[in-house]
Design a protein around this ligand. Structure first.
Ligand code: IPM
Ligand code: SF4
Length: 418
């Protein structure tokens, strides 16, 4: 069996195979300020008390602080519910993006089943957990019962080998893969990422890859935890590595499809408007005019990303006709970036630093695009109108490319700047 099948078998109490429908207990369920209110509405029709207030996390991140009366209402409803139900992990003070906050708070462990009312819940696969997004009504059922059902997915094995070239990050790896597989190329599949490149990646870089599994339609993205990951989880959960429930794929596991990528010579990858799989080598789009750069999100708002961007922008200025918005993915990251002088580097360059949260990622606030405006962004989606007007455009890249581009006012590669 592969890692996904092993986790689901353990939960189901017997060996499962792809296509089978199982009902299992979940270890952790999550919703945020955008999806908690609809989940609560359904929950209140079916139950009075949540199944376990310790196994639910509610994180305010999508519009923090609230930007409309409607979102302030959503915060009020979710906050009241969280308090009434005694939800232990209720983060209402701008702690950061749910997908960053949950691992930081030690809520994510290998071998767990985690569900969340947000499509990028697949991020926790970087820690060797089976995790997936679902709709708010499904989450309401989980809040009430602690259980959910799945069809066991078929698995894709995606092997990545080669040493990362200069100015290339795991964002380029996942964009490269999505460009090949297609935005619906892995619909309902368990995408297992493996190979020497994955084995050597740090925790943040691994999270970027599993985070974007949903952009190929995957049910979940998953990796066997490496040493750095196990150390991270042990530290965050106050457990020893031996206490963690690590699953690994058998050597003779069965996969529906197998892919192999060598990334040792790739260029920075850019997902061009308006599809995440419209991926081009940067050399094809250098010179494209931009009006905004955004560094942040659950994909690339971590310290490694901020450091990479700061390395490129240090001592330089953002182009006068461009705005650069930086929003660290969590308060913890914000604090470290502040202490290390990284935020100062951005401020000196002319950037706007926003509080942790989703920020402009989904076009809600803090950097909405007007008609015809173009953004280069470290986020994960570039659908039509994603960051504002339907006639605005979003290019997706790694953080270093955003930094080099905002200096020039057009898409530019860091290697031409440094
Ligand atoms: C608002 C929320 C439901 C949505 C998601 O599920 O992904 C958002 O986080 C996004 O990135 O588009
Ligand atoms: S940062 Fe963007 S992609 Fe991630 S959860 Fe928030 S809105 Fe969704």
């Amino acid at each position: 069996m592969n890692i996904t099948e092993k986790i689901l078998s353990k939960k189901a109490g017997s060996d499962v195979s792809p296509g089978e429908i199982i009902e299992i207990d979940v270890d952790l369920a999550m919703s945020h300020d955008g999806t908690s209110p609809p989940a609560i509405k359904t929950f209140e029709k079916i139950a009075k008390k949540v199944w376990n207030p310790e196994k639910i996390a509610i994180v305010f991140d999508h519009t923090v602080p609230p930007n409309t009366i409607g979102s302030a209402e959503f915060h009020k409803v979710a906050r009241k519910f969280g308090r009434k139900q005694g939800i232990k992990n209720l983060y209402t003070h701008g702690e950061g993006i749910c997908h960053q906050v949950l691992p930081e708070k030690g809520l994510v462990e290998p071998g767990q089943v985690i569900v969340g009312a947000d499509s990028h819940t697949c991020t926790y696969g970087a820690f060797g957990a089976f995790s997936t997004g679902m709709g708010a009504t499904d989450i309401a059922m989980v809040y009430a019962t602690g259980k959910t059902w799945f069809m066991v997915p078929e698995s894709y094995r995606i092997e990545i080998n080669g040493k990362l070239p200069n100015n290339i990050t795991s964002k380029d790896i996942i964009l490269h893969i999505i460009g090949h597989v297609g935005s619906d190329g892995a619909t309902y599949k368990a995408c297992e990422f493996c190979g020497e490149t994955i084995d050597n990646l740090d925790v943040s870089s691994r999270m970027t890859i599993t985070n974007m599994a949903i952009e190929m339609g995957a049910k979940n993205g998953i990796m066997e935890p490496n040493k750095l990951t196990l150390e991270y989880i042990a530290k965050r959960t106050n457990k020893s590595i031996d206490q963690l429930n690590v699953f690994r794929s058998d050597k003779d596991s069965v996969y529906e499809k197998e892919f192999s990528f060598d990334i040792s010579e790739i260029e920075p990858q850019i997902a061009c408007p308006n599809d995440v799989d419209n991926v081009k080598n940067i050399s094809k789009v250098i010179g494209t005019h931009i009006d905004q750069g955004f560094i942040g999100s659950c994909t690339n708002g971590r310290l490694t990303d901020l450091k990479e961007a700061a390395r490129v922008i240090k001592g330089k200025k953002v182009h006068p006709d461009v705005r650069l918005i930086v929003s660290p993915a969590s308060k913890e990251i914000y604090e470290i970036a502040m202490e290390k002088g990284i935020l100062k580097t951005f401020m000196d360059s002319g950037a706007i630093i926003c509080n942790p949260g989703c920020g402009p990622c989904l076009g809600g606030h803090m950097g909405v695009l007007s008609e015809g405006e173009v953004s280069i962004s470290t986020t994960n989606r570039n659908f039509k109108g994603r960051m504002g007007d339907p006639k605005s455009e979003v290019y997706l890249s790694n953080a270093g490319v955003v930094a080099s581009s905002v200096i020039k006012g057009y898409i530019e590669s860091p290697e031409n700047i440094l």
